[in-house]
Every structure is written in C-alpha cells, then in structure tokens.
Design a protein around this ligand. Structure first.
Ligand SMILES: [Zn+2]
Length: 284
C-alpha cells in the first residue's frame, strides 16, 4: 500500500490480488515480438498483472475506487487466471483502521470480475454486499450491460458481483460526468466497455487520474496499445486522443489498475508518440 497526497486529498494505492492474463489479449494488435521484452510471458503466454484499488479520504468521507478481484468462483477460476492474494484489500483497509462498513462510497469503474470482485462476499452460504453502508456508484450504461450480457462479454461479468448489490438497493446509477464530492469527478471512459468510468481528483493544482482500463498498465499508453478485451477499441483510441493532451498539459499523475510494477506514472510525448513513464511517489 502506498500513501500519497493530492492537494487536500489523502490517497492510498492498495493491491488486492496478483493474477495473469494472456499477453496477446492484453496487447491486442501489438505483436508479441514487440511487447514480450517489456512484459515477459510465462509458459502459457500469460503476463503478470495486479489489481490496484484506490482509497481516497475526501473531506470526511472514504471513497473506494474498485473493489478488487473476485475469488468466489473457486479453484478452477483461480487457476486459469493464476489469482493470488484475492481479498488482500480487506487487510489493507484494516491496517488503516477501517472496516468495510466504514466505506461511504464505492466507485465501480466497470463491473468486470477483476474490478468489482469484493462488491460482495460469501457469508453462511449466501452472497451478500460487503460495503453495507456505501452507495456503489456506477454508470447506468455499465449496470445495464452487466445485467444484459451477451456471448462476447459474459465471461467478464459475474452476476454474483452485481445482483446482491442490486437487490439490496445499494447501486447509485449516474450518467456522464459527475462531481461525486468536491474535487472528485467521475468521467466516462468508454471503449473497454461502453459504460466504463474513471476518476479525476483535482486539488491545489494537483491532478490525479484513475484510468480504469482505458490504460490497464503504463505500458499501454501508446495509442495503438489497446487490449483485445476492449469491446469498442476505436472508441478507446478516440478517448485517449481527446484526453491525453489535457492530462499531459496538467501534469496529471496516472494510476492504472493493473500495472504490476509501477503504481504511478505520467504521460510523455516524444518523436514516437505518447508513452507513460513511471514516476516516484510524491510527498506522503
Ligand atoms: Zn481490468
């Protein structure tokens, strides 16, 4: 866990689980000959990833962005994705003296199982919401898609992370850009899914962007480095082209959800286009 300060916000970068996904799927059209030196694959062609939820102390509220990896589906699921350390999020909250019921707002960037896995837990054979006092804030489009799946997205949306929260009435659906608390905005980042959202923190000239899967790792910053998992890859490209110049100009700190080595980065623009460089943690 790393702690940083962005103006008046305290930000904690957590790590819920390590896992692996197919390197080819992660890098889309980029050939293995190009990506393998940056991200060496294992014997099954999988590359190491992490899932990095972000906790923000905003005024007197605790805002949790992403709830981590779902390990509820069991052994086969854990083996396919080589999931280790799922649920570590809870121990990290406890280190801060927090129980799940102390979280005021959960931001689901999207509802895939590696991002919304601790939306719910299994208790006494029943799957129930974990953050019982929170509103789970999600784009309306995302919740619609997660509850109306098709063959192309069904493996990513597990009903157990969504239905119990729906039944408990804990989802708050939003549409488009929303200022959730002063200085903390939810911004639509469509492409990976149509209803994906990111988080922008702005305070005292400092800007931090939680990129969601618009940039799953810093290595994905070059414009054509778009995951094969993205349902609308050209939309991903357009959103990057629209937002990169602003993020670059404002010196935004970037937090990506899956980078296994670098919790923070910044965009750079060189002769060969956009990249993101890892940066050290600022004061905190
Ligand atoms: Zn993801």
């Amino acid at each position: 866990m790393q702690r940083i300060e962005i103006g008046r916000f305290e930000v904690y970068l957590l790590e819920d689980a390590r896992f692996r996904l197919d390197g080819g799927a992660m890098f889309g059209i980029v050939p293995r000959a190009v990506w393998e030196s940056k991200s060496p694959p294992d014997e099954q062609n999988r590359i190491p990833l992490t899932i990095r939820p972000m906790l923000v102390r905003a005024d007197d509220r605790w805002v949790l962005v992403e709830t981590g990896m779902d390990a509820k589906p069991g052994e086969k699921h854990r083996r396919i994705y080589a999931i280790e350390g799922a649920g570590a999020l809870l121990g990290q909250l406890a280190e801060l003296g927090l129980r799940p019921e102390d979280v005021d707002l959960v931001v689901n960037t999207h509802l895939h199982f590696d991002h919304a896995g601790l939306n719910t837990v299994s208790r006494d054979g029943k799957i129930v919401p974990l953050f019982t006092n929170a509103r789970y804030v999600v784009q309306k489009q995302e919740l619609y898609d997660a509850t109306h799946t098709h063959e192309r997205n069904r493996a990513s949306y597990l009903a157990e992370n969504v239905e119990p929260v729906l039944e408990a009435g804990l989802f708050e659906e939003v549409e488009g850009e929303v200022e959730l608390v002063p200085g903390l905005r939810l911004v639509p980042l469509p492409g990976h899914t149509l209803g994906q959202q990111g988080v922008v923190l702005e305070s005292e000239d400092a800007v931090l962007v939680y990129t969601a899967d618009l940039l799953p790792t810093l290595a994905h910053a070059p414009l054509p480095y778009i995951m094969a998992y993205d349902l609308y890859p050209v939309t991903t490209l357009e959103v990057r082209k629209r937002l990169y110049p602003e993020w670059h100009e404002r010196g935004a700190w970037l937090v990506t959800p899956h980078d296994p080595a670098h919790p923070l980065g910044k965009l750079t623009l060189g002769d060969r286009g956009w990249k993101a460089e890892p940066v050290a943690l600022p004061g905190g």
